[in-house]
Design a protein around this ligand. Sequence first.
Ligand code: ADP
Ligand code: MG
Length: 614
Amino acid sequence: MEPLIRLLPDHVANQIAAGEVVQRPASVVKELLENSVDAGAGQITLVLKDAGRTLVQVTDDGRGMGPDDARLCFERHATSKIRAADDLATLRTKGFRGEALASIAAVAQVDLRTRPQAAELGTRVAMEGSRVRAQEPVAMAAGTTIAVRNLFYNIPARRQFLKSDAVELKHVLEEFQRVALAHPGIGFQVVHNDQELFRMPGSAPDAAEGAALRQRVVHLLGRRYDERLVPVEESTGHLRITGFIGKPEFARRTRGEQYFFVNQRFIRSSYLEHAVRAAFDELVARDHHPAWFLFLELDPAHIDINIHPTKTEIKFRDDRSVYAVLHAALRRALGRFNIAPSLDFEPEPAIMSAFAGMPSVPAVAPVVKAPDWRPQDLGPRRDPTGWQQLFDLRDGPPGPVPPADMGLERPAAHVLPMGEAEADHGPRPVFQMQGGYIVSPLRSGLMVVDRKRALERIAYERALKRLEQGNGPSQAELFPRNIELAPQDFALVGELLPELRALGLDLEVFGGRTITVRGLPAESMNDDPAALLDTLIAQLHSERGTLRLERHAAIARSMARSVAARSEEAPAQEHLRDLVDRLFACEVPYWTPGGKPTLITFGLDELAQRFDRG
Ligand code: ADP
Ligand code: MG
């Protein structure tokens, strides 16, 4: 009997396999751009027609191919990048399976022109549906141009599956952005239907890494991103993390620019994403998304590379420590930023160099604000009145305490090192005005604190600490109060009893649906127990959804909101300074746990501008 099993002809096998690699024009763009990067290109040009349907053409000035390679590169599993399975562990290139060009040539008309630097002539190879149509020498500049025409010309079903040009172009540009972000050293130009969409130079070889990436982000996403970026830099044993995160206040409701690169390859990872979200916890409202451009570098041996190359998932050998290092790096970056509100911390070369013995800011200083200062340097945690120095750090010589009419102090005539300035500073005046705002003049402007929000932040951190330690001080009520609760409230209180006790609420279940309040947290001792409990229960109900996920944070948030909501309208003057001191003693003074600002500052510049002083 004649055998039923037959080998598929090559071009059919290629077409089937191509489905894995080439889904749409964007896949072609990705593969060609990555090949150019792997070829060591310094300049890459991408030309598109009809979102890549009609033409995707990539030109590079990379190492090029000789005549034999120019033909071989279209064979399946033809690659110059690995020779043996062991090479996978040390792989640094984007491609390695040698499948992309074979797949593309199976489903499009491909015209390759390529010339190594050393050769006089280049080679042209024309392919169509996996078949060689032409091979001939051509005169050309060194490098490679691959034109891919009429994608899926031989598979109408696939062609019909493509979306509108607008959608396909969006996918194409996403792929382009990923490659462009990962390689700031390479210059790019993108032209679509004869219109130039992007043109960006590669960074100078000696450019600082951070500055180069910042420049690239600005080229891709616009000038306005410049002020939004907080630098990240962390290095431990096997792992180096660099890049930028977006400042919390620029987080958006829609998912913004979120990029992870591992060894310069774009990846997706919900695990790493979680580490970032956790680091932004409290700084960004739940339904907002911060931006990030983060680069992880580690020995390829610590990554499981044995995955499909067009997939963007990745496996780390030790994903827990990657998570921990990433989280810590971001907390540190955010902390540095928190301590450095833009008002006083812009490094001004003139002022900086006035500090004897301090290095002056280099001329090409990135727009990074006070990059080397860490929370522990100024330590508002250790010294709650640190905010006064914080805002005075680079001020003029100590002047008299300003009069109580809120007049701003005279601007700095010259600069003294911090130690001296600190020595005889009087305390800053603090005032409360209508609407629960606390105002305090600073030498370089003024600060307005939202009193309730400040309280919320302070109460939140206090509550969190108590929950972690499990022992909030409680002030015994003179007369224990019995309070009857609605059934669902009673159930909630019962469920959270240990935590509520840790917060300093001395509660006992009396029976039925009644609880006995024996004591309140010390700071709420003048409050009406029933009213406080009521507010707290309402807040806890609103956190129901998050209680299971992050119990302590949700309870602390509820407590903080209740304390803020029930605070006196007009606290005594002497409490105001204490409040501001305690705010600045917080770990994250600038935002409420829900991500709203607790204070804003006005610089002298801004005031001068408002008065049109010129
Ligand atoms: P892979 O990138 O996985 O090796 P490809 O099918 O993408 O497989 O490419 C096959 C080979 O063709 C590459 O290994 C490389 O040697 C060569 N090649 C492809 N594109 C270029 C280019 N732009 N410049 C120089 N060589 C290239
Ligand atoms: Mg490749």
